[in-house]
Design a protein around this ligand. Structure first.
Ligand code: GDP
Length: 450
């Protein structure tokens, strides 16, 4: 337990109907008693109180106070919550009054959750789930974050760790009692470890769906100049699904539109046109065009999905640069259907090509449906316990590598050491071992007051 007491505004800053200031630590009860003059009536209950500045006796607000004695609180410490009117002056007055109480200080970003973690209230994956829940912009992100906060990933990792430690205990038994007549333990350990390895592989080979859902699915819009890419992206930005309006750069820069498609977060990036040579002009201009094309290629390569736009005016003479990028993760459209129906076959590299018009909006609903389906597919995995961060994946890979070494170890002693390292790598995911160096990074993601 820490000896200092922290406090912070836990609700969003700025005027609002209500605000919540949270206090955690051994001085929380005293702070409540001084500011409300009496303390709350009962633990875990809200009660009405007149809040006063203990130094000036000035009334700050009439609000609700809650008192959560340790260990039955979010942080596991004594916690007090002040629910007050959300005016700036009310919050400022309360925060001022708290800072004048000796032993209290303003919390750092994520410090409440960090204390909860340190007091065993949640494991590291659940703490990350909480950060993701606060940051979630779409329904699917919220569901994934809630599952992680609820311990879905933590439980799977803990189960693996428990089984690994069991295998390790067996292995050590073969070492300690090698002269005695033990059953074929080594064989049993081997089959336990092999089963674990298979389960871990299914998570490692999950196409990163959990990370993709957390970060948002990236879609690069590609096509020749004038095919209608910008017109299509602008049309998408005006859909109900747009979370944020288009972020405009220069005409040759990448323009991004953030969409919520069926609950999935999507970032659509308009890229510069793909063509053989940059158009003529002064050399500086040509360099800028070339750079735009280079970036378009890079975007297309890095994207989770591509939207290839072909100009219906030239159909079926498709441009080879765009065609070369059409793969299984590409949705193909033939734009400008208002100028004439494109001639069959309507396909590029085996992908069906749907006629649309960015001008009239024809075919756009169907396109949005097709993109939504493709996005959902790239964000959906087999299990509830998704790996959602690179940190989880790299620790799991370390664990898997140690298991492989254990399989090939020349002696039981060395195999046991590798099993120990494998269990340690899993311990890093849930925060049981040497995580000091990652804690600062993880908790800094939180806002103050969380
Ligand atoms: P980009 O270079 O691929 O981004 O293409 P733009 O979106 O800038 O469009 C190029 C030109 O085609 C512009 O003059 C647009 O008005 C026009 N255009 C785009 N979409 C359509 C469409 O569906 N029908 C017609 N008739 N013109 C279009």
């Amino acid at each position: 337990m820490r000896s200092d007491t922290i406090f912070a505004l836990a609700s969003a800053a700025g005027p609002g109907a209500s605000a919540m200031v949270r206090v955690s630590g051994p001085g929380a009860w005293d702070a409540l008693r001084r500011i409300s003059r009496r303390g709350a009536a009962a633990p875990q209950r809200l009660s009405l109180a007149t809040l006063m500045d203990p130094e000036t006796d000035e009334i700050l607000d009439r609000g609700l106070v809650a008192w959560f004695p340790a260990p039955r609180s979010f942080t596991g410490e004594d916690v007090v919550e002040f629910h007050v009117h959300g005016g700036r002056a009310v919050v400022a007055g309360l925060v001022d009054a708290l800072s004048n109480i000796s032993g209290l200080r303003v919390a750092e970003a994520g410090e409440f959750t960090r204390r909860a973690f340190e007091n065993g209230k949640l494991d590291l994956t659940a703490a990350e789930g909480l950060a993701d829940l606060v940051a979630a912009e779409t329904a699917a992100q919220r569901c994934q974050a809630l599952r992680q906060l609820d311990g879905a990933l933590g439980r799977v990792v803990e189960d693996w760790r428990r089984r690994l430690l069991g295998a390790l205990a067996h292995m050590e038994a073969t070492i300690d009692f090698s002269d005695e007549d033990l059953p074929d333990l080594e064989h049993e350990v081997r089959s336990q470890a092999a089963a674990l390895a298979r389960e871990m592989d299914s998570h490692l080979n999950d196409d990163r769906y959990g990370e993709r859902l957390r970060d948002g699915v990236s879609i690069a819009v590609i096509g020749a100049p004038n095919a209608g890419k910008s017109s299509l992206v602008n049309l998408l930005a005006r859909q109900d699904a747009a979370i944020v309006s288009a972020v405009a750069g220069t005409t040759r820069d990448v323009i991004e539109v953030h969409l919520d498609l069926g609950g999935y977060p999507v970032v659509v990036a308009d890229t510069a046109g793909l063509c053989d040579d940059a158009p003529g002009g002064d050399s500086g201009q040509v360099d800028i065009e070339r750079e735009g094309i280079r970036r378009a290629h890079k975007r297309a390569e890095d994207a989770d999905l591509k939207l290839a736009v072909f100009d219906g005016c030239h159909w079926p003479n498709v441009d080879r640069h765009t065609t070369a990028l059409v793969d299984a993760h590409t949705i193909v459209v033939i734009n400008k259907s208002d100028l004439g129906v494109p001639a069959p076959p309507l396909a590029v590299n085996g992908n069906a090509a749907r006629p649309v018009s960015a001008l009239t909006g024809a075919g756009i609903d169907g396109l949005v449906d097709a993109v939504t389906r493709a996005v959902a597919q790239r964000c959906t995995g087999s299990g509830a316990a998704a790996l959602t961060r690179a940190r989880h994946r790299s620790a799991l890979q370390d664990c898997r590598d140690s298991l492989d070494r254990a399989f090939g170890a020349p002696s039981p002693e060395l195999a046991a050491e590798d099993l120990r390292l494998a269990a340690r790598a899993l311990g890093r995911i849930v925060g049981r071992v040497d995580v000091e160096e990652v804690l600062d990074v993880i908790f800094a993601e939180f806002c103050i007051g969380k």
